[in-house]
Design a protein around this ligand. Structure first.
Ligand SMILES: *Cc1c(COP(=O)(O)O)cnc(C)c1O
Length: 397
């Protein structure tokens, strides 16, 4: 049984969000344990970050081996894992060049700068990047400005200019925003924070065709949807298209701070002085990235993500039918259950507080729940999650 709850003093931690009064102390696979010894089935995984679950042995080995050898020779030098991971990513994508960053927002900042630079060189200084309503690209000033989150345009005014917003899956709304200042369109193949909204096949294909015909770059923000999350190594593969620029984050590091900006040769136009950063491409994080990507590329792994995605989908559809909810949506192991009413926040709390074992899920919009388990979650854990949720839905519906 659980030990008595320990009091914790959190006064020195800057307040940025309401957190439950527990401390997370260790994790293994799909489970995480708090300071009271309570276990939680983790379908958050550090916000879709721990793609191989907690304490992945391959990642631990990569960290240990590289830490003993070389952590950071500075970005002024090449290091072995930096080159190794660049090669691995370019060999398995349509891109030719990689720049490593430490967070998704930083990778997206790089993508924005690269597109603007390309516009200076090739399109008379065109700089506008069309983004989408309800999109999420990060929390720096430029990426907040690029994001379509309601309220973010005035939060830290003035915004960074040059990010007109179109409607997802509506090519006409993109066309209406195009001017001679337009340099790129930036899109999440599946809007994650916006509530797990996949772009349609038709939209992505037509958007690629339209941008190509009009000398406009296509930037895929795959910080959440990339790295196996949707059942293919990269989400753009679902559409049979090739973007000009792609950003990766979250899953690429499996839990450590690592992100990437990728571009084709035609677009990779930075010159010395344009881009950099103290930690970028450091050996310790890129060594972990190699372990992560190699595990995603192991024979059968991505096929198993697809199969687990289908199992999660069918479990969610069962719940939807049983409780008269509004279905589910998503791609691979990035899915949402549509509740039909604003009970998401309450369910997230009840799930965490349930005993003896808690369940970690989240609710990016009040009328839905989002699921982003480890990509190696077991079938049994998916069913356990659904059963826990079934119990909670009985209480709340
Ligand atoms: C999480 C996320 C980001 C921001 O990544 P950080 O590592 O939090 O800076 C950017 N784009 C998308 C699509 C994301 O889901």
């Amino acid at each position: 049984m659980n030990k008595p709850v320990q009091a914790i003093d959190t006064n020195s931690v800057m307040f940025i969000t309401k957190r439950p009064e527990v401390i997370m102390v260790e994790g293994k696979g799909s489970w995480i344990t708090d300071n009271n010894g309570k276990r939680y089935l983790d379908f958050l995984q550090g916000w879709a970050v721990n793609c191989l679950g907690h304490s992945n042995p391959g990642m631990i080995a990569a960290l240990n081996t590289q830490a003993k050898k070389l952590i950071n020779p500075s970005p002024a030098f090449y290091n072995e894992p930096m080159i190794g991971l660049s090669n691995l990513l370019t060999a398995n994508s349509c891109f030719d060049k990689v720049f490593f960053a430490n967070s998704g927002a930083e990778a997206n900042e790089g993508a924005i700068k690269l597109a603007r630079k390309w516009g200076q060189l090739n399109k008379n200084g065109a700089f506008e990047i069309i983004t989408f309503d309800h999109s999420f690209h990060g929390r720096t000033l430029a990426t907040m400005s690029a994001s379509g989150k309601p309220g973010w345009d005035t939060m830290f005014a003035p915004q960074v200019a040059g990010f007109p917003k179109a409607d997802l899956n509506d090519l006409d709304s993109v066309k209406k925003l195009v001017t001679d200042k337009t340099v790129a369109v930036m899109v999440e193949p599946v809007q994650g924070e916006g509530g797990v909204i996949p772009t349609t096949q038709e939209f992505m294909r037509e958007l690629r065709k339209f941008t190509k015909e009009n000398n406009i770059l296509l930037i895929a923000d795959e910080v959440q949807a990339g790295c196996g999350r949707t059942g293919t190594l990269f989400a753009y593969e679902h559409y049979g298209i090739e973007p000009d620029i792609m950003t990766l984050g979250k899953g690429i590091g499996g839990g450590v701070p690592l992100a990437a900006l990728m571009a084709t040769n035609a677009v990779a136009c930075f010159v010395p002085g344009d881009q950099g950063g103290t930690y970028n491409g450091n050996a310790l994080m890129t060594a972990v990235g190699i372990s992560v990507i190699e595990q995603l590329l192991a024979p059968g792994f991505l096929a198993s993500v697809k199969a687990k995605g289908q199992l999660l989908q069918s479990e969610l559809l069962k719940l939807s039918a049983e409780f008269n909810l509004e279905g589910e949506r998503g791609e691979g192991l990035l899915r949402a259950l549509m509740l039909g009413k604003d009970t998401g926040g309450k369910l997230v709390e009840l799930a965490r507080e349930r005993n003896p074992e808690g369940l970690l899920i989240n609710s990016p919009r009040p009328n839905l729940l989002r699921f982003m388990p480890a990509l190696n979650v077991s079938d049994d854990e998916i069913r356990q999650m659904a059963n826990m949720l079934r119990e909670l839905l009985k209480q709340t519906v």
